[in-house]
Ligand binder design. Sequence first.
Ligand code: ADP
Ligand code: MG
Length: 501
Amino acid sequence: MSASGSPVNSRLPSLTLPKKSESELLIPFAVDDVLLNSSLIQHLTVAAKDAALLQGILMRTKEDPASSETICYAPFSLFPSPVPTKLFTQAFEVQQDFNVLVDKISMDSEFLRRALASTIEADEFTARLFDIYNQVLQEGITQPITLGINRSDYMFDKQRGQAVTLKQIEINTIAASFAGLADKVPEVHRHVMNVWGKPQEAAKIQSNEAAKGICKGIAKAWQLYGSSEAVVLFLVERVPMNIFDQRCLEMELWNRNIRVIRRQLMEIYERGSLDEEKRLHIDGYEVAIAYFRTGYSPDDYHSEECWLARLMIERSLAIKCPDIATHLVGTKKIQQELVRAGVLESYLSESPEAIERIRATFVGLYSIDKGREGDEIIAKALEDPESYVLKPQREGGGNNIFSEELKQVLLSIKDGSKRSTYILMDRIRPQAVKNYLLRSGAAVKLKECIVELGMFGVYIRNCNKMVMNVCPGYLLRTKSTEFADGGVAAGVAVLDTPYFI
Ligand code: ADP
Ligand code: MG
């Protein structure tokens, strides 16, 4: 529930906050060195950190990432950051369209095969995921129920002389994280504003029900699986530094009387099995939902056995979140193919409005595969590297290439087959804001920052029927403009909440 007492979904479109001119966009209230003296900042910082710990905005430490003996607050901003209401609402309103689109593409094996053909040839990781997809297709899909939990990420683009617009960075269809912790940040920001003596501003801070909404989706899918003894399996990394974010979801499910177990892919290989009906079993439990919080990066498959485990899960009757097809839909290559003329139309012909809403968030994305189209865009990017981002088929932050390095890499791959492992994207120029970023061990300084808004989408399809399609909440992340790439887990961005302007 929000400060105004209604759930996020029904409230958002009717938000009526004062419109401000663009010149006021940077600083919604006096977040400024001059107006805020250092002793006030120090006072607020101490209060904020304690509030974050009390709320459970927690992370394991780099020094002790495998245990919860020494823990710390997860990095977060001292103040909420200004976010244009209009763009937040736009992101909220397009989320259900994205859910439908992702789901429809996941059922179109011909498109996936065609769109990923060149990538598979050049990129071994995508090829291996596709191998699993092929095997599952050949065998026939065992489980007609699909659970999707995705997060569409945006920045607020401010090209010179133009209004600020909402532009999509990417959509994450596997292991979209931080709903659990993001839920708790509004309460901390309300507290900071109250301590600062700004109760009116505190009351305006938007609540977030992302974790609750995600768990509603998992619980509904679990119910549809239809076995009260079966469990929800969280597939996790060897060293889960962000365990508390996952624990928030786990607790929510336990509170609904659903048993949760956590296992690594390796453990599934060692002790998991399929019975004659292809039910997935491990350590005496039948698995209803296999929820991936790992499996998106080559490092997650540190041995052949991990690949075999992924295959076993995909072949099973468990409801996968995501299934291998939906995982593939989240690749950068598919995102690039969606921008081509006519592609959205082929999936959403019944709703021209949905096509318009989705297309409005796109920037240019380009294939650099061998051929004239690729040659032309490479030439443009070499001439103007500041206007593009070079992206490999990787997830998890810190992989993208910018500026001078982009030029160097493009020159080095221009004449070889590696070209198809990348795509090019127009560089978004986000509006800068100011905030204090709180991170364990780091000095608290006023920084020029950029914010990235993520909208969570949750949906369930049973055969051909959508039985759930919602946008339960958001993630706002803020990072210093010193960094072009990197998220919270990478130690670059911090958790934040929107302050509507
Ligand atoms: P990943 O899958 O590794 O998270 P993303 O596509 O989300 O990759 O990009 C990671 C980061 O790189 C983003 O958080 C953003 O800071 C930056 N970035 C990505 N695409 C763009 C873009 N088109 N313009 C500007 N910055 C971008
Ligand atoms: Mg990302």
